[in-house]
Structure formats: structure tokens, C-alpha cells
Design a protein around this ligand. Structure first.
Ligand code: GNR
Ligand code: NI
Length: 175
């Protein structure tokens, strides 16, 4: 297992649209393990492959309090969505920034598991938010894309300033 580096906004690689995984092999399972390790270390509830610069359609998540319920979703597709909810979101690629985003309240997701077996999952609440947030990453989208222009520009400005400072003083990067 190894920890991977999480790309930070406004890194243009976060805009890459990930390609479907045609075979769930040992390499993919190993990437899933590394993503889970990276997610737990960063104390996130989800992580998309895009965020670690691997542009394939896979995400991992664990929304449990106990941090003992890891899930791997490969080629995830939302096949049904119902209702709406507003949740305060954050993102490991936009550290320190939080904002309310409206998403579907309940979704049905079709995906492959880490053995390449298809399954369906009904999700609501935070789990549904997290899956929608991660699938957005696979499509090159970030939660701040949904914000009103003023708020979005403010966050972009702070993130660009942070990136500038990180380039000048790499030791500050992991703040
Ligand atoms: O850790 C995370 N928390 C979170 C909180 C509210 C809505 C979405 C998320 S996902 C985020 C981890 C992350 O950036 N995944 O892409
Ligand atoms: Ni995110």
C-alpha cells in the first residue's frame, strides 16, 4: 500500500474526464487500496481516482462514524434520482473551503465492486451526497462549480493565492 498525492484546485488535471475501466485486475485493486489509504489518512469520506491523478472511473468512500466501512465503486452510474437536499460540502482538493450545494436526496447507483462484480446501491443522505460529489470528480467537476459566481470567485482567489505560496515555499504545501 502507498499514499498518493491529492491534486489541489486549480490544478487543470482535476478537469480531466476519466475513462471507464474495462477490466478489474490486480492493478486496479491495488489502486483502490492506495486510494482508501490516502482517503483515511486525509480524513475524507470519499476520494475519486481523478484526485490522485489516475483518470479512470473509480471512487472509494466510507461515510461511517467508525471509519470501518470502506466501499469501492468502479464505473459508477446513477440510474435513478429522487428529491433534493442541501448539504455543506468540502473537498480534499479544495482544502479549507466549505459551501452548501443542492443535490438529489436519494439515488440508485450501478457499479462494479473490487472483484469486477456488478451491484446496485440505494443511497440517501450523506452517502448520496458523497457519491454524487465523487462522480462529479470523474467528470472533471468540482463542487465549487455549483456556487454563485461571487462565492466561487472568492474561493478561486484564495486557492490560487495558496498555490502561489506553495510554489514559493513547498514546505507550506500540506497546510
Ligand atoms: O471528505 C469529504 N467530505 C465531504 C463532505 C461533504 C460533502 C462531500 C464530501 S467529499 C470530501 C472528500 C472529497 O473531496 N472527495 O472528493
Ligand atoms: Ni472532492
Amino acid at each position: 500500500m502507498s499514499q498518493l498525492t491529492i491534486l489541489q484546485f486549480p490544478d487543470p488535471r482535476l478537469r480531466t474526464v476519466a475513462r471507464p475501466i474495462d477490466r478489474v485486475d490486480e492493478k486496479i485493486r491495488s489502486l483502490a487500496d492506495d486510494m482508501l489509504e490516502t482517503m483515511y489518512e486525509a480524513r475524507g469520506i470519499g476520494l475519486a481516482a481523478t484526485q490522485v491523478d489516475r483518470h479512470v472511473r473509480m471512487l472509494v468512500l466510507d461515510v461511517s462514524e467508525e471509519r470501518d466501512d470502506p466501499h469501492v465503486l468502479i464505473n459508477p452510474e446513477i440510474v435513478d434520482r429522487q428529491g433534493s437536499q442541501v448539504c455543506e460540502e468540502g473537498c480534499l482538493s479544495v482544502p479549507g473551503e466549505y459551501a452548501e450545494v443542492e443535490r438529489a436526496e436519494a439515488i440508485r447507483v450501478r457499479a462494479l465492486d473490487r472483484d469486477g462484480e456488478p451491484f446496485e446501491l440505494d443511497a440517501d443522505g450523506l452517502l448520496a451526497v458523497c457519491i454524487q460529489h465523487e462522480i462529479d470528480h470523474l467528470d472533471g467537476k468540482v463542487f465549487i462549480d455549483y456556487l454563485k459566481p461571487m462565492k466561487r470567485r472568492m474561493i478561486e482567489k484564495r486557492m490560487k493565492k495558496q498555490a502561489r505560496q506553495a510554489r514559493r515555499d513547498p514546505a507550506v504545501q500540506t497546510l
